[in-house]
Write a protein that binds this ligand. Sequence first.
Ligand SMILES: Cc1ncc(COP(=O)(O)O)c(C=O)c1O
Length: 365
Amino acid sequence: MTLESSGFATRAIHAGQEPDPLTGAVSVPIYPTSTYVQEEIGTNLAALEGGTASRVFGSGMAAINAVATMLKAGDHVVAGHNLYGGTPRLFDQVLANFGLTFTYVDTSDVNKVEHALLKNTRLVFLETPTNPLMELCDLRAICELSHQHGVEVVVDNTFMSPYFQRPIELGADMVVHSTTKFLNGHSDGLGGVVVCTKPEQAEKLAFLQKCAGAILSPFECWLILRGVKTLAARMLQHDSNGRKVADYLSKNAKVQKVFYPGLTNHPQHELAKRQMSGFGSMIAFETGSLANANKMLRKVRVCSLAESLGGVETLISHPATMTHAAVGEEGRRKIGITDGLVRISVGIEDVDDILADLDQALAAI
Ligand SMILES: Cc1ncc(COP(=O)(O)O)c(C=O)c1O
């Protein structure tokens, strides 16, 4: 049996993580003066996403910035209108100054993506499910359509991890992650990765890394390699807890709406079942007002009020004032992020404790 033909969990533990030939150490050692550790993690993450190579960066934003700087002045990008707030901030407030142009569309509608494509469009940049409204993009359809126009597709797969969604198998040309989230999984290290499908992408990214210097430190590489070993086990528990929390929230009278692709009333539930092998643990829900959101967020104890996501601990946040503050009030209104919206990244604690915590916090509304 080869490593390539083995299962996901086996590859997560062994691909690119062979025992150290020098000492026999089972854990990949850190050589502070070399780039070897980056090459090892690149191998590991490319194997999990089904890509050919990958490059790791100092953060998710550094990875996204590297992808965008593969373009040149005059190029156009079509991007989802509901991305992680830092991504349009980078595009509009930094890269637009260097001659790149961006059009934001509702990428849950394939026709809108098609209408936005221009002669100079080089890239479609997608997040699915979106952050925080959990809208899906039909990856196969968008990749097919974009390729017909000679346009490449990049997918930010941070929310699902390669355990539940592998965009390259559906046609994507590159995948990016904030490894800060599920891949590391322990809220203790920043990082980003771009997984490539073509040698010229990997070469160009390596060149950009060298030029701009946004590399990942050996210690952070080591943290991610360690985190990824338990990715399969963690994702299964995240998914199991996520489904139970979404179900609980959808039955709580204080909650007006729940956004989770695993719920049968999610408008894209069928696509979610087709495109992903689990529903994950990212959930958003509507409390009705900023005052209600504040009342409940002040009361949580097991859930930690914090930005970020994908750690073993349950993190709860308020998109309007935290992750999506940079989008501005008007921007949030356009895409439907209300002041009463709360986002939860369900951790892997005992689910009854998470449910009891939410129950007492929602009782404050
Ligand atoms: C979907 C998504 N992509 C990218 C990023 C940026 O990653 P980082 O914080 O590692 O720069 C985030 C951060 O929250 C995110 O949620």
